[in-house]
Structures are given as structure tokens and as C-alpha cells.
Design a protein around this ligand. Sequence first.
Ligand SMILES: [Zn+2]
Length: 690
Amino acid sequence: MNYNRILVTAALPYANGPVHIGHMAGVYIPADIYVRYQRAKKRDIKFVCGSDEHGVPITIRALKEGVTPQQIVDKYHAIIKESFEQMGISFDIYSRTSNKIHHETSAAFFKKMYDDGLFEEKETEQYYDETAKVFLADRYITGTCPVCGNPNAYGDQCERCGSSLSPEQLINPKSTLSDSVPVKRKTKHWYFPLQNYEPFLKEWILEDHKEWKPNVYGQCKSWLDNGLQSRAMTRDSTWGVKVPLPGAEGKVLYVWFDAPIGYISATKELTDKWADYWCKEDTKLVHFIGKDNIVFHCIIFPAMLKAHGNFVLPDNVPANEFLNIEGDKVSTSRNWAVWVNEYVKDFPGCEDVLRYVLCSNAPETKDNDFTWKDFQDRNNSELVAIFGNFVNRAFVLMHKLCGGKVPKLHEEILDDNDRELIENIQQAALKVERSIEDYKFRDALFEVIDLSRKGNQYLQKKEPWKKTDDQKQVDNCLHLSLQLTANLAILINPFLPNTAKKMLHMMKVVDKMLDWENAGKIKLLSVGYSLRPPELLFRKIEDTEISAQVEKLKTGLVKTVGSGQAANAPESQKNDEKQNLKPVIQFDDFAKIDLKVGTILSAEKVAKADKLLKLEIDLGFEKRTIVSGIALHFSPEQIINKQVVVVANLAPRKMKGIESNGMILMAEDADGKLKFVKPEDRTSDGSSVS
Ligand SMILES: [Zn+2]
């Protein structure tokens, strides 16, 4: 099929929190690379996205925080949009599903399906909170687990014993919103009979799209093999797109019905020619998503598009797997995540580094792990030591040996090394192109870095600095090195757009040079053209920056209690925290406690006491021995040199024959895990805490 235009969508982020690097690696960076490449190919392409602003979690969060759902989505829409801009995600439009155009578009979509008789109407009984006046999803009902007696089991699952539950099975069920006892109420909803589309989906995916990524194809196959069922496409709520039918007050479209239609409304908002992109058969529609959204984009939305009629179906849905952090699954409720809005503050000017690391380590075929050490290694030993180093050497040598100008190419004396380099440039351009078209962005990026590695090897073989008596040889080497640099700018541009821009500036050429038709050519820079001195493309990332990030991640849990992120914590946990509060004290009571910052100088196990560690603490003004019950949580080596907060005026106490002079402050989470309480940044020992 020959396509005349491309429409790329990226999953709509849910506007009840900021975006983290897992989102970037899975969806937005690959989508942006694909789009920037296609733009450089001069293809007709549109890139649409926006915030997904409806759904129950947003209303619940608003209830908890005592604000309106609109205030929640306004806040996070702004944060998310800014993060994307800072990371150079080049949407043609970043819209939002609370916009009027989206409400109109999705309501009309539903109405057309309704008028065509494509829904089933069903009345069912669901739990209702009479105090909060809302229907409750199973997650929002808690009670005692009938299996293990856990008093904080959820209506769908007990997290202690792992039993799968329904709200009826809970002993003493109550609503997490109001603590009232939920009652059953009848409610009517419109169901989409997905089973009617099974034959179509089987043929369309399993027969016609065998080229889809194995993780996507496999998940679709398993859904289809298990058989599809009717799904309710409406919900009882006041927040969302109102069901456009008489007698449907208090009902809105299911968020997964309206959200994908957000792609259509965003395109409408972007261009009057939106129908070209959605309705003409020669459009290539590509959805970039994470693996948790595969069923919605490969099964439900295509079935909706097919049922409605007049729309093209996706040509591909290159979903990625998940990115874990430091060996652990990302958890927004535990704040185990690297947030993009914080990264750009902590590493200003290093947006391309994050793009690089997340692409070269992208979870394209399986879950992958992000570690800060790997981040540092990839920056220091690939971007700095290979790519940046080659470009810098080529420029420095050209200024030193060729007077700051592009030297002539003397074709009559080209040698095998020169010819091999030219061949490598042409090959790399083809390989990068092929890999991007196949959605293999890691492979593509590897080729670019590999080409710069070959550039370094070429300089090493030619050693132009030793040939100052043979200017023709020097000229050829630097001429080709500079043409290679120009090619590297073109090839790196979809991945690291800021870096490509810096390179253009150094070469004093215009954006047009980055057109993909120039890739593989070796006459991009004219002979005699003077170039600027080199700028540093990447800086080294220091150990201290990395340990600060690891520390930030590990202490994140403690730090965010009471802030926005903790609002995601399971309700049961938060209720416990309320119940655990001790009686109120006056300020004078608190002022009696002397808290000081100290550093752990040494730590050793205490004989015959497997919970105790004997610590020597430097309080600045004196050294102290403190016995602490943390041996099951930390090994002695692990904690040496850590800064801690000490209760410095606690009466001495003997433990296993050792006198302990103080106590170290620890935070304990719901699972009993201990974390040190400590100053955010290192401070001088002996500092007072109040
Ligand atoms: Zn249980």
C-alpha cells in the first residue's frame, strides 16, 4: 500500500499526575523519533496527543483533595504539557479531552452508533455510596477479607493473601469515600457487543497484520482466543462526556470510549483537513502506546471505528513493554519513579541525554531496567567518549591543520580507509532509515553511534596530526571527517534534536541540511567554507550527581508523605496513619527534644543480638556510640558515611552491655521497611533540626 499521509498518535496521558520516564521511554520518545524522521523525509505527517481528563480516578482524587475535577486536570495538564515541551516532544497539537470540541465529537460518535442500533441496553445492580452520592468501583469498597481476616481488603482483591474478591464477599464493607455502608442500586448502561466484531478483528489482526510486533500480536491473539464480551460504554458519573440521550442524566461515556476519540478531536482542532487523515484510505495511522493499552487500541477502538464506519484503521500499533527503575517496577503510589519535571530541573540542558538513554535502553521487546549508573555510563562512555569526542576532534583538527575551513578532497589520492569511510556513511544512512521504518529505534540509534565510533577509528588510522608535511593527506582526512560530522547531524536529529541544532550552528548551515535526502551524501559542506570553533555537545556526568539521584529515589517515599503523590496511596494505608496518631502535644513538649545531624563513622554487629548495630556517630562537636535496632534492614558497610538525624539528649540506655547515647530517626512504611530520615542535601554535622 502506498500511503500519501501519516497520522501518528501518542497515548493520551492521564491528567492525575506528572509523567515519568517510563511513559517517555514507552511512548513519547519513540513516537517523536518516528515523526521527526518522517518530517525530515518531507512526508505529510501530523502528530497528535492530549491529556485524558475524564474517568473515576480523577473524580475520586478531587473528592479527597477537596477540589473540583477541573482543578485537578488543569494542574496536571499544565505540568504534563510543559514536560513534553522541555523534552522536545514535537506534537503538532497537544489538546485535552475536557475541550468542547472533544465533547461534541465523542458525543456525536456515540450517538451515531446508538442510532445505528449498535449498543445493548442493560440494567444491573451496582454498589452506591449514599453519602458521597456516587456509584462505587470495587476498588473503592473495603472490608475484612473472608479468607485471611485482613481488615483492609479491597472489593476486588485482598492484598495480604492475594485472594480475588467481589464486594459481596467482604465482611463489614464500607465505602472508602465516606465510610458509609454501600447499598446496591439499579442502573442502566449501554454495552458494546464486542463479540460481534470477533470475525472482523481476527481477520484484520491475525491474518492481515502478522507484521505487528510479537508482544502486540501475541496479546491480541490471546484476547481473541479467549473470546470477547459486551462491555459497558457508559458510567454513572457527573464528570465526563454526557451520554447524549434523553433520560441519561448523571451518565457519562466510559473513559476508554471517549479517550481514543480524543485523537480525532485533536486532529479536528489542528486542521480543517482532519478528515483527510481519518477517512482517506491512503492515510497511514500509527498508534504509539504502552503495553497496558494494547486491548483498547487494537481491539476496542478499531471495533468502534469499524462499527461507526468511515474511518481508517491503524496500520500499526508499536506498543512497548514497561521500563523498571533500579530493578523495581515503577509505582506512582510508592513514588518509585523518575519524574520528567524533576529531571529537567536536576539536569538542565541534558534533555537529549535522557532521550538517548531511554531510546538506547527502550523496552521494545521486553521489560527493561533503568538505573542511574547505566544512565551515567551511557552518557560518559557513549555520548561524551564516542559521539561528542569524534565531532570535537574533527573540528579541533580542522581548525589546527586546515585554517578553520573545509579543506579540499583530492580524489586522486583516496586510499582504502577513505573509501571505507564513505561506504560506512552510506550504509549507516540506509540502516538507520530501515530500522526507523520498522519501529526498531534502538537498532537505529545504535547505527548512528556506531558510525561515530568508525569516525574515531578512521582518525586513529589516518593520524593527520603526524602528516603535516603532506597537506593533501591531511585535507582528505579532515574533509571526510567533516562530511561525516554533517551526516551525523542528519542521522542523530530525530533522536537528539538539540544536539543536531548545536552541530548545525558549529557548521554554520541552515536547518535544510537536515533533510533526510542528504543522508549518506558526502558533499554537504562546501570546500573553503569556514566553520565555527567546536562547542561541547555533552558534558560528563559526575558520580555525586548519580548518588544524589539514587538517594532521592530511595528517600522519595518518606519525602512525599502528605504531598500530591501520596494521594495515590491505598486508602487503607492512609486510614491507618490517621489512627496511629498519638495524642496532641504542646510546642514546649516538642522543644525539649534536641535533634542533631550526624554522620555514621562506623557500624558493627552486636554479638548475640541479631537486630542490633553498634554505631559510632560524628555529631560535629563530639562522637557518640548509639545502638540501633536496624541490623535486619541494613548491613554495616551499607550505612557508613550516611548522614542521619539523632535524638541527642535521650537519656543513656544499656543494650547488651553497650551504653547507647541517643537514637537515630527512621521512617517506617506500611510494610515495616526502614529508611533513614536525613537532610535533603549533605549539611554540616552538629546542625540542629527543628
Ligand atoms: Zn485475605
